[in-house]
Design a protein around this ligand. Structure first.
Ligand SMILES: [Zn+2]
Length: 308
């Protein structure tokens, strides 16, 4: 795909959609489009930068490992996954989360529809003549634009992208609702975290280590730490609030009688699920401790005042 080009911050799938239009491949069937371009056939989802379909797509577009990493980092909402980087692994080596595609999103409550900012769309059209999907707007829990501070727009049909660009949705999309106080604080938080990880991909390891320090926990947690972890999680739950946990995790939204102890399954090596821990678990903990983590403090304060 040597004619594939991307605008700043454009999601890789958005680039593929524009490529298809530009190359006159819109008349092909979807299946034929993928086969013709040596891409795996799949439906474009907004928040799965590490599943095997994205890996195969990037393998086909950019076999060079450095280029591939830059694409994933800057053109998908991958940055928070660097919080889940296994100890001793280089960020460039993180290419797949080993989750089954149909189960990887199930425990999470955040809105996974594709989102765009109407102001960004107008600017893109004025500047480039086309609109495109920005990767940052697909970050988990993002509801307002990081540049304009205005509500992002979406539509129920945008669960999958279906080869459309944002301007196609003008007039039919609606602003995504932001109803809870935690969601307001989450906006500068998620953008600041992602931006810092894009600049310094190994920072996630530092941030993660500081969680153990602030909570005075051993790394890794031992089975005997369970009681302490339970008490800390009770504190986390009460300080974050039920609305926040319910907005992030399905187990809390559906009021399971024994919902996951987020702290324990994230910090201990005894979690039940195989594969990489989803970054939403780490993000929930970092969000809880955002005013106490030394690794976060400067970045967070700078980022908040300059962008929102
Ligand atoms: Zn915008």
């Amino acid at each position: 795909m040597k004619w594939l080009s991307l605008y700043p911050g454009e999601h890789i799938y958005s680039g593929l959609i524009r490529y298809r239009i530009r190359m006159g491949q819109g008349v092909m069937s979807d299946k034929r489009f993928f086969a013709h371009n040596h891409l795996p056939y799949h439906w474009f989802r907004s928040q799965v930068p590490l599943n095997h379909l994205m890996r195969e797509t990037l393998d086909s577009i950019a076999p060079d490992p450095d280029k591939q990493f830059a694409l994933r980092l800057n053109h998908t909402p991958f940055a928070p996954w660097l919080l889940s980087l296994p100890d001793g692994m280089a960020p460039q080596e993180l290419k797949e989360a080993n989750h089954r595609p149909n189960t990887e999103e199930n425990p999470f409550q955040v809105d996974r529809r594709w989102k765009y900012c109407p102001s960004c769309m107008q600017m893109q059209k004025a500047k480039w003549g086309v609109s495109y999907w920005r990767a940052a707007h697909q970050l988990p829990g993002a509801l307002v634009c990081d540049e304009h501070g205005t509500p992002l727009h979406s539509h129920d049909a945008l669960r999958y992208l279906n080869f459309t660009l944002p301007d196609k949705w003008e007039g039919t999309s609606t602003p995504v609702p932001m109803v809870d106080a935690w969601q307001v604080s989450w906006q500068p938080f998620i953008y600041a975290i992602a931006r810092r990880l894009q600049c310094q991909p190994t920072w996630g390891v530092e941030l993660r280590d500081s969680i153990y320090e602030v909570l005075k926990l051993s790394k890794p947690l031992r089975r005997g730490d369970r009681t302490v972890a339970n008490a800390l999680f009770a504190q986390m739950r009460s300080e974050l609030g039920e609305a926040c946990l319910a907005g992030l995790f399905t187990a809390y939204a559906r009021q399971f009688t024994r919902p996951t102890n987020v702290l324990w399954i994230t910090l201990s090596p005894f979690g039940q699920s195989k594969g990489l821990r989803h970054p939403l678990y780490w993000l929930a903990i970092v969000f809880w401790l955002k005013e106490q983590l030394p690794a976060l403090k400067d970045e967070y304060e700078n980022g908040v005042t300059t962008t929102l």
